[in-house]
Write a protein that binds this ligand. Sequence first.
Ligand code: ATP
Length: 562
Amino acid sequence: MLRLRSLSGWFGRTRGLRRLSIFTDVRFQDLAIDPRLLRGLEVALGPGARLTSVQQQAILRQLEDPCQKRPDLLLQAHTGTGKTIAFLLPVLQRLLALEADGQVQAAKGVFALVLAPTRELVLQLAKVASGLLLYSGGQVRSSFVAGGFSMQEDIERLKADAPHILFATPWRLVHHLQSTPHFVRALGSIEVFLLDEADRLLDPVFIHKVDYIFRCLSSRPQMVLCSATFSEHIRKFAMRSLRANLEVISTVEADAAKAHLEVAQPVDQVLVRYEPQKFLPVLHALLVKEMLVNKGEPKRVLVIFPTVRWLQFFYVLLKHRANMPGLLALHRSLADDRRRSRAFRFSRGAPATMGALFATDVAARGMDFDVHTVIQVGPPEDREQYVHRAGRTGRLESSGRSILLLNPLEERILQELNGLQLHREEAVEEDESFSSVENNIHGWWEDAGLSASGHLFFASAIAYYLNELGRLRVKAGEVVQTVSGLLQSTGLPKEFGLPAIPRGLADRLRQKDELVAVRTETVRERWDVLSALTPHPSARRRAAVGGIWWFGQCQGKPSASL
Ligand SMILES: Nc1ncnc2c1ncn2[C@@H]1O[C@H](COP(=O)(O)OP(=O)(O)OP(=O)(O)O)[C@@H](O)[C@H]1O
């Protein structure tokens, strides 16, 4: 009873899904847009394409505005509703207008700078821009700098492209600003500074880099902040830091303070609970079911894992031992070219085949995937992360499913995520084909490579839960029990015991104030797992953004720049 009461708050009261059209009646050809840009739009979106509501509000507003000093802009709309074109088109239109007046010259440097948090997103944005500029005759150009290419490759690309609009990840751009001669000068003429996934770029992981870049600009540009989510904290920070005449364009209803309403409307959001010992059968059953929904028509699935090691272990088991077809992995440890090609294989426009992409959060934001179902393994870090992960499906009014997969340990975290309400809970039956999977993967622990991968998964999952101890409010012993269950879901016999955990991790467990020793037998050695009774406050993303010099006044360039 207690359990039911605590869970009931997770399910939205809405019965059925609201389906409101995101499209307006306005067509791109009705706008005063450069014909070259219109042709690019026609190729990208098809002839006679209508604007989505965020595009109508953002594009019309900016096309109408004749003044040179444009106000800062905060743009918020649901995932998959066309924000990219909403913020790119006005910039490209301005550039083409300047070009028509003979004012755009390569020597003047970059006119617009667009930052995005991941290299995949930077490449995706750069591709959209070059598609729209297809008929500009090379007069207005775009380029990018991002990880995955050498610094020298970046420099050569920039020399060849001489871009007016530059897409970049903050880390790589700062690297160039600090080490590539004349790079700061190339950014001297920036008039528009755009942050895609702005709330992510303003969180503690990126804000120092963004701040550094901002201080390298010689004059204050127009700032455009764009995202599907702006937490109250980030919104207040942006309001304080942007110009007083800031314009806010938001198509997210005021009552959508609840995360499930911030996800695109056609997404069916469900919760699946599992016991750790059933993790693999449940994951397998979900994959089989979700890849074959709609009368056997093949569909694509995105599975988001909490850690790379977790992902890799189950990926190798299912793909290479169980020979499950169509699986691909995408994470930061992949070789650069593979990382690029895998993101592309699941993107919109790529040939449709059945399959599942096992990814970490590198795929959670901004990526324009063509997937029907998103499975989130474990709880999101916050409501915003939930919205972005779920938003990889249900794009542009297409239907989709978002499944949150939780074990009992993780359920407690959800209670912290106020307003995260899902449509319903679903039970998952083991798929009958799992017995053959079980046969195929049996004995994986005797394979040296897989055994090493299993060890790494075990340690990484413990470390992951350990970081969340404050939110979980459990003893470290329960963490070890849960992770052992996950491992045993692969058929690992109990008599084999558990892998040893690395010394550093064991030390972290021991560092807790009150310790209880739990003795466990392992394959290779005996080891002690120490469970802590003291909650560990997880402060990572809650760290205050304040105290950063930012966006206010420009007080010269940082000394580290050239
Ligand atoms: N007016 C339109 N008509 C048809 N298709 C469109 C239109 N605008 C955008 N699209 C397509 O919709 C898809 C989603 O657009 P986009 O990636 O810009 O969404 P988004 O709002 O930025 O999502 P996210 O918040 O996840 O980043 C893309 O494939 C894009 O080409």
